[in-house]
Design a protein around this ligand. Structure first.
Ligand SMILES: Nc1ncnc2c1ncn2[C@@H]1O[C@H](COP(=O)(O)OP(=O)(O)OP(=O)(O)O)[C@@H](O)[C@H]1O
Length: 278
């Protein structure tokens, strides 16, 4: 699934080349959030990022999104250095950021604004994704009339409707109830299996990381680095139906979740684990 070049070689989707990020706080202190991180990701990979709170996961995502310039090193997407955000990347934040003066439908329709598609097509795409996240009957309401979880689902619909090649998701399902979360996990996995987008997905749930990812990065406590880069494949990715319950029953699922939970626990070097195996 790598992109072929004229010379027959392939270029990776993402290269992190010795990337680090140092923030300067309002008080003038320097905070080294991410340290000397290098890795390569191929198109179509689903990378889940786990690690202790404050270890630089969001910082890493913001650099790939183009919201933050690395203090040192380079971020390359399809061989081009990232210098700003772009429509090739869809970002799902921890909390929904819908425009309050627009209806839910109008918010989702906005997704197509960078692509040359007709208004009718944008409307049809919005309807499809609103249906997927079970919000069709709320399409004409304003975001403030929806619960936090519903707003989050609307945000996810908006990003997916934009059909970005790369999805950057920062704890997207953290605010959802257990049942909705499971539904959204299934939908995301279904979309990924169909379209093979490249996904970067931050989560505090080890189960979620193992169920969804093809790779799991376990990060160290701040300053963050990728401590472990694990290849994950539970079940048959080409199976016609998706049964998360069955995947959870697999021996490999249990081995990986134990291993990752232990790694996070060791990484944070604290007495309580921040890793949730819900
Ligand atoms: N704008 C900023 N100015 C100063 N320090 C910052 C800034 N943004 C983040 N930091 C610090 O950088 C470190 C990494 O933050 P980041 O948000 O990337 O962590 P995280 O792993 O996503 O955390 P969490 O899991 O709790 O969401 C933290 O110590 C944080 O306090």
């Amino acid at each position: 699934m790598t992109v072929p070049t004229e010379t027959g070689t392939t270029i990776p989707r993402l290269v992190l080349d010795a990337v680090s990020q140092t923030y300067t706080t309002d008080a003038g202190d320097q905070v080294l959030a991410l340290q000397d991180t290098s890795t390569v990701v191929e198109p179509g990979e689903f990378v889940c990022i786990v690690g202790p709170s404050g270890c630089g996961k969001s910082t890493l995502l913001k650099m790939i999104a183009g919201f933050l310039t690395p203090t040192t090193g380079r971020v390359l997407l399809d061989d081009e250095e990232v210098t700003e955000p772009g429509p090739d990347r869809g970002v799902v934040f921890q909390h929904a950021n819908l425009y309050p003066w627009m209806t839910v439908r109008e918010n989702v329709e906005l997704a197509g604004r960078f692509r040359k598609v007709s208004k009718a097509e944008r409307r049809a795409t919005a309807e499809r994704y609103l249906d997927m996240v079970n919000l069709s009957e709320f399409a004409d309401q304003r975001p403030y009339e929806l619960s936090g979880g519903m707003q989050q689902r609307a945000q996810i619909a908006r990003v997916l409707a934009g059909s970005p090649e790369i999805l950057l998701m920062d704890e997207p399902f953290g605010a959802l109830d257990a049942l909705t979360r499971e539904t959204m996990q299934e939908e995301l996995l279904r979309i990924w299996r169909r379209d093979r987008k490249t996904v970067f997905f931050i989560t505090h749930s080890v189960d979620e990381a193992v169920l969804l990812g093809t790779r799991v990065w376990v990060m160290s406590a701040r300053p963050g680095r990728i401590l472990e880069d694990l290849s994950v494949q539970i079940g048959d990715p080409h199976a016609p139906s998706l049964d998360l319950g069955a995947l959870r029953g697999e021996k490999r699922f249990h081995e990986l979740r134990e291993h990752i939970a232990d790694a996070i626990y060791a990484a944070q070097g604290a007495t309580t684990s921040n890793a949730s195996t819900d």
